[in-house]
Design a binder for this molecule. Sequence first.
Ligand code: NAI
Length: 254
Amino acid sequence: MTGRVEGKVALITGGGSGIGRATSLTLAREGATVLVTDYREDTAQETASMIVEAGGKARAMAQDVTDEAQWQAVFASLRATEKRLDIVFNNAGVSNNGILLSDTTLEQWRHVNAANVEGVFLGTKYGIEMMAETGGGSIINVSSIYGKVGAIGSVSYNASKGAVCLLTKGAALECGKEQNGVRVNSVHPGFIETGMNAERLKDNAARDWMISRTPIGRIGMPQDIANGVLFLASDESSFITGAELVIDGGFTAI
Ligand code: NAI
C-alpha cells in the first residue's frame, strides 16, 4: 500500500535521529510533506535532505521543544508556508537511565520533564489549535514502556512518560468534547536501537538482558515504531483516540 498519508502535512520533533528520523522518512515515503525539527539543526537538515533526495517533500527547522517561543515560531512558519497541518509527532525526548531516586537532583528531574512532558504539552496544545482550523488531524505523543511500568534508575523518565500517557488521554477527551476532528494517541516503544540506547547496547550483558526481557527475542528497530506511527497518522485509525499503542515486542505482557 502506498500514499497512506498522501497530501497531509506532518510536523516531527526530534526528527534528527532514531525514531524521529525513521518516522520522517516513512511518512514522506507515504506522501506526507514533513517539517523536521530538532534542537540539532544539522541532523534535522540531514533528515530533510534524505527525504528530498528520495523524491519526497520536506524542510527542516531548529527547535528546542522546551522553549515556547520556538514552538510559536514553528507554527508561524507552518501557517506561512504549508498553510495547514494534519499530523504532529511529539517525539523529541531525553533519558537519564541509571540515576537512582536518591541521587536524582531537582535539576536532572526538571531537565527530563522539560523535554519529555513540557515539550509534548506545548506540541499538543499548539497542534490542536492549528489542526482545528482545517478540520482536524492526528497527534501522536511518544511515551514508553516506562510510561506504563517502573524501572530502577528511571524515576524522572518514568514520571515524564507516565505524564505523556495521561496528558494524551485528557487532550483526546477535550478534542472529542469540542468535536474539532483532532485525534490524540500515545505510542509506547520498548527497547529500540537508537542513539538514546547506544551506550547500553554496546554492553553485551545489557543487550542480552534487554533481549531476555522481550518475548519476541530481539531489540526493536526505529522502523518498528515508524510503522505504528504511520497507522495512527493515517485515516486508517480514524476511530482511535486516547489510545496507547504499545510496540514493545511483548515486554509489558510479562
Ligand atoms: P534519539 O536520541 O536517537 O533521538 C532523540 C532526538 O530528540 C534527538 O535527535 C535529539 O537531538 C532530540 N532532542 C532531544 N531533546 C530535544 C529538545 N529539547 N528539543 C528538540 N529536540 C530534542 O532517541 P530515540 O530513541 O529516537 O528517542 C525518540 C523518543 O522515543 C524519545 O521521546 C524517547 O524517550 C522515546 N523512547 C525511546 C526508546 C528507545 O529504546 N530508544 C524507548 C521508549 C521511548
